[in-house]
Design a protein around this ligand. Structure first.
Ligand code: KIV
Length: 275
């Protein structure tokens, strides 16, 4: 290379959304978008689509593993998948769900488990279900340098205690949960299945972002499960979901066509072979 030859330009590195940047998005006029991902190719695609947050949700238990609720997925399984997602995402903040009951066994155990998630996966934060009842654990994790997203409203890990997946309407309890999670040091809070007017009030009353799922349009951001957004969920789809594609149909049609072409001798053609 001579002096006059310009140095080859590296493609600009995407700017990473850190935990403080994510929290600061509350002040932005633009809403925050989060979506789940559980493996490398999907995590790359959702990151490239420009979402601010990727959640390795314990919804994996249902949409990937085929269980009837989120209780069976283990910490080791969450870490296995979070590692793939952590390797794929360059820009978005990656948050990993702490599975049941990995944060219910005392603060020491919660730090050990959340610490494993951060050490082994390149992900930046954990999420746990709870508000006021989890204040001590949230504070302990935060003081160990582990950023926490709280999850208030409907807590799917408590499905047996709740007797089903129900809208949560106790305004005082919800406000107290979100406020206490904030005071304990959470950097954001998911509000699941909360009436829109209550979610709006909570969003006004706390200084960390609210990320809604079935909580109306006035939260600071929204989160959905990837398989629901892509029309890939073969089971029950809740009312708050909007499917932006019908991949279930596309995939079945593609595989059926492949099967037909193999049966008919149309595939492989000469262009798919070697001489
Ligand atoms: O596990 C998950 O995907 C979640 C979202 C539904 C918020 O917790």
């Amino acid at each position: 290379m001579t002096n006059s030859t310009p140095a080859p330009e590296n493609p600009p590195r995407p700017k990473r959304i850190t935990v403080p940047k994510f929290s600061a998005l509350k002040e932005s006029t633009q809403k925050i978008t989060m979506i789940t991902a559980y493996d490398y190719p999907m995590a790359r695609l959702v990151d490239e689509a420009g979402v601010e947050g990727v959640l390795v949700g314990d919804s994996m238990s249902m949409v990937v593993q085929g269980h009837e609720n989120t209780l069976p997925v283990t910490l080791d399984e969450m870490i296995y998948h979070a590692e793939m997602v952590g390797r794929a995402v360059n820009r978005a903040l990656v948050v990993v769900d702490m599975p049941f009951p990995s944060y219910h066994l005392g603060t020491h155990k919660a730090i050990e488990n959340a610490g494993r998630i951060l050490k082994e996966t390149r992900c930046q934060a954990v999420k746990l279900e709870g508000g006021a009842d989890q204040a001590e654990t949230i504070a302990a994790l935060v003081s160990a340098g582990i950023p926490v997203m709280a999850h208030c409203g409907l807590r799917p890990q408590s499905v047996h205690q709740l007797g089903g997946y129900r809208v949560q309407r106790d305004e005082n309890a919800l406000l107290n949960d979100a406020r206490t999670a904030e005071q304990a040091g959470a950097f954001a809070v998911v509000l699941e299945c909360v009436p829109a007017d209550i979610a709006k009030k909570i969003t006004k009353h706390i200084s960390i972002p609210t990320i809604g799922i079935g909580a109306g349009p006035d939260c600071d951001g929204q989160v959905l499960v990837l398989h629901d957004v892509l029309g890939l969920n073969c089971d029950y789809v809740p009312r708050f979901v909007k499917a932006y594609a019908n991949l279930q149909e596309d995939i079945t049609n593609a595989v059926r066509q492949y099967r037909n072409e193999v049966r008919d001798g149309q595939f492989p053609g000469p262009e798919h072979g070697y001489k």
